[in-house]
Write a protein that binds this ligand. Sequence first.
Ligand code: 8DG
Ligand code: MN
Ligand code: MN
Length: 366
Amino acid sequence: PQISGSVALFSVSSYACQRRTTLDNHNSNLTDALSLLAENAELNNEDGRGVAFRRAAALLKALPTQVISMSQLRGLPCLGEHSLRVIKDVLENGVSSEVESTKQSKRYKALKILTGIFGVGAKTADRWIRAGIYNLEQLRHSGQTLNRAQKAGLEHYDDLNEPVTKAEADAIGEIVQKAVDSVLTGSQVALSGGFRRGKLTGHDVDFLITHPEEGKEVGLMPKVVAWLESQGFLLYQKTTRNSYLESKDGPARPASNMDRFERCFSIFKLTKGKEQETASHKIWRAVRVDLVVSPISQFAFAVLGWTGSKLFERELRRWAGHEKNMSLSSHALFDNTQNKYLRATSEEEIFAYLGLEYIPPSERNA
Ligand code: 8DG
Ligand code: MN
Ligand code: MN
């Protein structure tokens, strides 16, 4: 860091995938404010604004010390005019007036409550709000038709809005491992998502499943799901087939960032330990679990793509496209200059292809 007078100026790379971002955040007062505004933008389908606030928050998460004065931010990337205004407000007044008024607003509160239902996105929530629905009580009495996911989401609302602990994630990991062992020996299960980055809690648990022999993983998901169902572990599941190989453009470049693995969005019924039993005497709780099956040839890309954070992933793809003329997905890395796929069996290799220093999962918490 450069020193200017008594004020330390930070020097930080502009892409989140060039930075090491641990969970040790020295600026949570600022990043909480910016994250709330990002969330609000996303809930209102203003994705551009959302990303701008997310980038600003991520930049601050990567700083080695607490920011106490605006002068420390001079020359830093990712901080737009609006974000700087919010930061200044927090530094000078302890809170951001925009954040405070957003939190109080009827619309924000309703969007939070309604999108807190599994299966309800910003568009559905907006439609319901325009129909005068602001909370679960009003929704239940509204006569709105809910799909299967939303019904399950409403039924298990409290459980699903209770953070999942690492201990619960590990318990579910053992169940998933047992399931894959029972249906195909040699299959491997890898924890991904926030828990792989070292988070202590999460909104769900994410797992990748593969088999060391290419092709053996085909059709694995329905078998795993059937086993879990037969053992009574599933409260809800929706499985979608792999659509990567059979797409019209062949195994060529995936068109969007949405991947095409065989996957299952589920709600697990997890039996509680004695310590977690509550006054309600309910001996189980509902937990959101994502399962994804990847062929071994794409596994490194799948692991990288499903470890997150979401902003880190977005920045990796932006780096690949803008700086390297490459296209990165959770399936593959394509070099547009050489017009060929770059094979990889580890995350380290992928970072190397991209000309990036390797960032371990615990430092991808952008
Ligand atoms: P949390 O659950 O603890 O709140 O955080 P997280 O684990 O980081 O978030 P997540 O929403 O569970 O997402 C985990 C990773 O999975 C994240 O990097 C984004 C990625 N992911 C999805 N959906 C999709 C998708 O459709 N395609 C790809 N390639 N990745 C996805 O969540
Ligand atoms: Mn997750
Ligand atoms: Mn997930």
